[in-house]
Design a protein around this ligand. Structure first.
Ligand SMILES: [Zn+2]
Length: 274
């Protein structure tokens, strides 16, 4: 029986395995893709988070509900609950799960599987998995970044993994070796990309970085490889990691143009050249 408190990093929102005292450091934030605040590592707990934040819900599209913390916490990502005839999938995760959220999600039929794009959104995935008795699907290549191991976590290998009919995970790599996107075939198709292919503020492009906060790009060849994977999927909409980062239509052409622009930007002649 593990005792102690599952401390949550206040910067990246990652919940750690229970311990009597806060961990000495957060490996996710010590990694050069993230950052430790100038004031030093800070921790919080589920109880403290719940006093200052609530999990808020919004409809993003038909059969697609977003949920995130209000006010913002950590990286401020929102998760997505996909509702399909075969069951519900939670894409990405947030740092808090509260009683209202458990009641709301149960009323919607629960969660059959949680899938997460990359370690920055592992968040409190174990709490969510336990609340709904479901597995968490993570890519094997990012196993070392799991800060709270749990039997609910199932690692998948290779380049793609079916979750439910119409819902498939694809390894894109880039930002993290196991960087994953979710393809949903409902309607005209959609991809959920976290910030593995990150929707830009103009909502007409995506971009790709090894580290967004520290401004470290990816090699052109890696982005070309990622672009080829994306080109093999059929989709109209692209859902990024935040509420306002959505390309509702024309997503495939936007991604194709974004990959070409990225490669021009980093290898020449520059982003605006034809
Ligand atoms: Zn952290």
């Amino acid at each position: 029986m593990t005792t102690g408190t599952a401390f949550i990093c206040a910067t990246c929102g990652t919940q750690h395995a229970p311990s009597a005292a806060p961990p000495a450091s957060c490996a996710i934030c010590e990694d050069p893709r993230q950052w430790v605040p100038a004031a030093g590592q800070q921790w919080t707990t589920t109880e403290a988070l719940a006093r200052r934040h609530a999990v808020g819900w919004r409809e993003v599209a038909p059969d697609l509900l977003g949920c995130g913390l209000f006010p913002d916490f950590g990286i401020a990502q929102r998760a997505l609950l996909l509702r399909t005839p075969a069951g519900n999938v939670l894409w990405d995760c947030v740092a808090l799960i509260d009683p209202a959220t458990i009641a709301i999600v149960r009323a919607l039929g629960g969660i059959d599987a949680i899938a997460i794009s990359h370690p920055h959104y592992y968040a409190s995935m174990v709490d969510w998995a336990r609340a709904f008795g479901c597995p968490v699907l993570l890519h094997e290549a990012d196993r070392r970044w799991v800060m709270r191991p749990d039997p609910a976590i199932r690692f998948w290998e290779g380049e793609s993994h079916p979750v439910l009919p119409g819902v498939t995970l694809h390894r894109l790599g880039g930002h993290y070796a196991g960087g994953t996107i979710l393809h949903w075939s409902a309607g005209q198709g959609a991809i959920m990309t976290g910030d593995i292919a990150s929707v830009a503020p103009d909502r007409r492009h995506v971009s790709f970085m090894w580290s967004f906060p520290n401004w470290v790009p990816l090699p052109a060849a890696e982005v070309a490889r990622m672009g080829a994977v994306l080109d093999g999927l059929d989709f109209e909409a692209v859902y990024g990691a935040w509420w306002d980062r959505v390309i509702p239509a024309g997503g495939k052409a936007a991604v194709r143009a974004s990959v070409a622009r990225y490669i021009r930007a980093v290898t020449g002649p520059g982003p605006l050249a034809d």
